[in-house]
Design a protein around this ligand. Structure first.
Ligand code: UD1
Length: 369
């Protein structure tokens, strides 16, 4: 009997990680019976379905349709629905990715149902417990049997937290598997023509973290720094639903409109977005994933946060931890505009084969048990 692996995805940043894992598991039907569960944490076409289409991920076998809510509401709804699925389907292992609410909720359900648990992207720590993702990471790692990591510093962190070496497996970065595999399709995107921008002559920006967009002062300061950049080049900014809502509520619409070249647009699909990223002069973001993708694409990344759970993108990649203060953001923008940004290197095992390594590890585990 093949090993039944229930893979969980819920929110946008999960889909590019789960895609290559499902593909790698499906290649070995005598070992694995993979089942994809989509919790429905993200549900808008542009936050979810478009990724299944573009990344050619087969539709999920199970859709939980949990939707939005407070953290407790959303987590509880995912747990209640996922528990029914686990009880009915009796998987041999639940595999969760990343650090969203769906990750931690399904991890807890799995272990309480005495099912083995694997966490992909384990061991990342911002050491900022006000970040919901940090809580999700801590909770998930604490109870996982297999901790698949993207960097050696994550291995060290997990060892420090008392995890036995046998459960920690350095496999590389599944999100980068997708990034590398889809480069031909990315290069076919005509999105630059649509926005009338040229390679190396615009900035790409995303902003959605509660710490940046829920506080009017912080968001206001960031917008002021952006006006400096706006005088030099267009800024393309696909806006997350949360950010759009807050801009309206804080009455900041006019600050956007006063920028001459700023383009606030709807969330983009993966192929268009990566095309814009790989051709940008710089990326400005508070996202975790973009810090990694820009490192692989060799594009300078200014991270508008005080900490990062992905330090390797700074020590080895193109990322700068800039913070959210206006003057600091402007200084960093100047460094990039003057052509003085670091070039960076691609971290070890960010080579397109991370999902294969996970499948290989699981195969060996099954063969031995
Ligand atoms: C979630 C993740 C975050 C990730 C982000 C990427 C958690 C704790 N956070 O944050 O780590 O970086 O996804 O996008 O899991 N909404 C829509 N349409 C959707 C989904 C959400 O309009 O398809 C709106 C709703 O108003 C919702 C809000 O966005 O209340 C926030 O959604 P939620 O899933 O709670 O968290 P994100 O901020 O998206």
């Amino acid at each position: 009997m093949p090993f039944k692996i229930m893979c969980v995805a819920g929110a946008r940043p999960n889909f590019m990680k789960i895609g290559p894992i499902m593909k790698a598991l499906k290649k070995e039907p005598s070992y694995f019976d993979p089942v994809l569960v989509h919790t429905g944490q993200h549900y808008d076409y542009k936050m979810s379905q478009i990724f299944f289409d573009e990344l050619q991920i087969d539709p999920p076998e199970i859709f939980l349709n949990v939707g939005s809510g407070t953290h407790a509401e959303q987590t509880a709804r995912i747990m209640t629905s996922f528990e029914e699925v686990v009880v009915e389907q009796q998987p041999d292992l639940v595999l969760v990715v990343g650090d969203v609410n769906s990750t931690a909720a399904c991890a807890m359900v799995a272990k309480k149902c005495h099912v083995m648990l694997a966490h992909v992207e384990a061991g990342l720590r911002s050491f900022d417990r006000k970040m919901p993702e940090e809580i999700n990471r801590l909770v998930t790692d604490a109870i996982s049997d297999f901790l698949y990591t993207t960097s050696r510093d994550a291995d060290e962190q997990l060892a420090k937290e008392g995890h036995p070496d046998s459960g920690i497996v350095f496999v590389g970065n599944c999100m980068i598997d997708t990034l590398l595999a889809l480069q031909p399709q990315v290069d076919q995107s005509t999105i630059k023509e649509k926005f009338k921008v040229k390679t190396g002559e615009y900035a790409l920006m995303t902003l959605h973290r509660p710490s940046n967009v829920d506080d009017p002062k912080v968001l206001g300061g960031i917008l002021e720094a952006l006006s400096y950049l706006d005088a030099h080049m267009p800024i393309i900014c696909p806006i997350h639903p949360r950010t759009r809502k807050n801009i309206r509520e804080f009455g900041y619409q006019d600050r956007f409109e006063s920028m001459q070249q700023f383009m606030d647009i709807e969330p983009l699909g993966y192929l268009d977005f990566v095309n814009l990223m790989k051709n940008a002069a710089m990326v400005i973001t508070d996202s975790g994933g973009l810090q990694e993708e820009s490192t692989v694409l060799g594009i300078p990344c200014l991270t508008l946060r005080e900490n990062t759970e992905r330090p390797i993108t700074i020590t080895e990649g193109t990322n700068y931890l800039v913070g959210v203060k206006k003057d600091k953001i402007i200084d960093s923008i100047k460094t990039v505009l003057e052509g003085n940004a670091k070039k960076g290197n691609i971290p070890e095992y960010w080579d397109g084969k991370a999902a294969e390594r996970i499948a290989e590890h699981l195969k060996n585990f099954i063969a031995k048990s």
